[in-house]
Design a protein around this ligand. Structure first.
Ligand SMILES: Cc1cc2nc3c(=O)[nH]c(=O)nc-3n(C[C@H](O)[C@H](O)[C@H](O)COP(=O)(O)OP(=O)(O)OC[C@H]3O[C@@H](n4cnc5c(N)ncnc54)[C@H](O)[C@@H]3O)c2cc1C
Length: 486
């Protein structure tokens, strides 16, 4: 066992890292939160202009709320959907400033490496007794080492967007400033950069929908603005989420609005489109070459927005003995539940320490958005449950660590690229994938497929909140009592 006199290091002062600090403090454990940004929740601030699809009641952590109430905080309207900026202003900033959290939060502190004292990856020695060592690069310059008894990596994935290239690698010419990643703000701070331009948005998912919707609104106001949207998959209802079947109404409505923009011709869709090369075109434009429905196709646009999701940065963890699924890059116990190849129900049974542990590196956890690896369906509420369970385990409360304390809303859509038989087998025959129709926009109107009735989606079903749609229960350690719909 590592010395208990050392703090528990939390990498990242975002929503989940700050919630981890609250749970650790509540358990009498000493956290040190290392945040790369010069202000807490730097990643959320970067998409602060985006309105969240989950309302306040899903966005706050129970221990954090208890802490905040002790300082006289008033909870926001639970039904309101905050923007990222409001999430910071009304919840995360007060939490970071709380007198018990602030002294334990180090800003401008980027963790660049994690290992065990005097043990590289290969060395057994007394590995499990050795404290963790975190190398921390200060924004002011210099690197120092921090020792910890346990580590929760809550650093998210915002810093490592996926490339737009077809093979998971940057397409030739992709680097060099031709693609804007993350979520630009065409109606606000980035307006001058997008008004009157031809813009190609690449990627599916809610981030892409947000950008496309904002660009379409800009096109109403700024003549010459034209919006195209490239999807890797054939166009079908599933590209636009679960609509009315989504347990989060705002998320379903976003998809429905995005779908309407395509159907009404206000946004031109390219699908299935695989990006092969980017290069400069005359007048500062970008030439995007690829395969459209298997045939070579090229387009010249003024701006390219990459909204193809995010992946975890595992480089700082190279000296740790991680157990990660090779495809999803989540722990093997969690991966089958969130693997978009099997399904994208978006709802995973609540899980915690047992599913997130790395057996060969006890005391180290990846939690929050990064815990999902490359899977796209993370919800903040999931992260809150993860760190509640991990803090309970570190405090020696095995019962609380095992307990499920979360009910998640359904996405209302269940899709995957595996053959239907494989999907159904994985889901115990209960999860129906959608009929993914070929390219024509008209096919969008083909009914979407929902694995769980909308009524079940919002019902309180603590044991199996995902209803009938989930992968089979994975093998868990004998002491891990985690119910699922196996
Ligand atoms: C546009 C958008 C909208 C979203 N809307 C919703 C929504 O409505 N509901 C919902 O539940 N989820 C939503 N999400 C998902 C959301 O990002 C997460 O739920 C939440 O932000 C995850 O919190 P986190 O703490 O795990 O990661 P993050 O919010 O990414 O926080 C990670 C923190 O770690 C810091 N960091 C990164 N690397 C290091 C390092 N090496 N060392 C130190 N610090 C580091 C970052 O600066 C950041 O502050 C949305 C995401 C996006 C992009």
């Amino acid at each position: 066992m590592t010395p208990t006199s050392l703090p528990v290091a939390v990498i990242g002062g975002g929503p989940v890292g700050l919630a981890a600090a609250a749970h650790l403090l509540e358990r009498g454990l000493e956290p040190v939160v290392l945040e790369a940004g010069d202000a807490p929740a730097a990643a959320v601030r970067a998409w602060g202009h985006v309105r969240m699809f989950s309302p306040w009641r899903f966005n706050t952590d129970a221990a954090a709320v208890r802490l905040l109430h002790s300082a006289g905080w008033s909870a926001p309207d639970p039904g309101h959907h905050p923007t990222g900026d409001e999430l910071v202003r009304d919840y995360l900033a007060p939490l970071a400033a709380h007198p018990t959290v602030a002294p334990r939060l180090r800003l401008g502190a980027r963790v660049v490496g994690v290992s065990r004292r005097h043990h590289d990856l290969q060395r057994d020695g007394t590995r499990e007794d050795a404290p963790f060592v975190l190398q921390v690069a200060a924004s002011a310059g210099g690197v120092e080492e921090v020792e910890a008894r346990a580590v929760l990596d809550c650093s998210g994935t915002w810093g490592t967007p996926n490339p737009v290239g077809a093979h998971g690698l940057p397409a030739p010419g992709e680097r060099g400033g031709r693609v804007a990643y993350r979520i630009p703000d065409p109606l606000g701070r980035d307006r001058a950069d997008y008004a009157g331009r031809r813009v190609l948005v690449i990627g599916a998912g809610h981030s892409a929908m947000n950008v496309v919707e904002a660009l379409a609104a800009l096109a109403e106001e700024a003549p010459g603005t034209a919006v195209a949207w490239a999807f890797r998959r054939p166009l079908a209802a599933a590209n636009f989420g679960g609509g009315r079947d989504d347990g989060l109404a705002a998320r379903g409505a976003l998809g429905a609005r995005a779908r309407a923009l395509v159907e009404e011709g206000r946004v031109r869709a390219f699908a299935p489109f695989l990006v092969r090369r980017l290069s400069d075109a005359p007048d500062g434009a970008v030439r995007v070459e690829g395969l459209l429905d298997g045939r070579p196709h090229a387009a010249e646009v003024d701006r390219v927005v990459g909204a193809t999701g995010f992946r975890p940065d595992l480089a700082p963890l190279a000296e740790l003995r991680l157990s990660l699924d090779p495809a999803v890059q989540a722990t093997p116990a969690l991966a089958p539940l969130i693997d978009p190849n099997l399904h994208s129900c978006g709802t995973v049974r609540p899980h915690g320490e047992a599913e997130l542990r790395h057996p060969a590196e006890p005391g180290f956890y990846i939690a929050g958005m990064k815990a999902y690896g490359r899977a796209p369906t993370f919800l903040m509420a999931t992260g809150h449950e993860q760190v509640r369970s991990i803090a309970a385990h570190l405090a020696g409360d095995a019962d609380a660590a095992r307990r499920v304390e979360l009910v998640l809303p359904e996405t209302g859509v269940c899709s995957g690229s595996k053959p239907k038989a494989a999907v159904e087998a994985a889901a115990g025959g209960a999860c129906r994938g959608p009929a993914v129709e070929p390219a024509a926009v008209a096919a969008v109107v083909a009914g979407s497929s929902c694995c769980t009735p909308a009524s079940a989606a919002t019902a309180a079903v603590p044991a199996t909140p995902q209803g009938t749609c989930c992968a089979p229960k994975v093998e868990l350690p004998a002491d891990a009592d985690a119910p699922c719909c196996a």
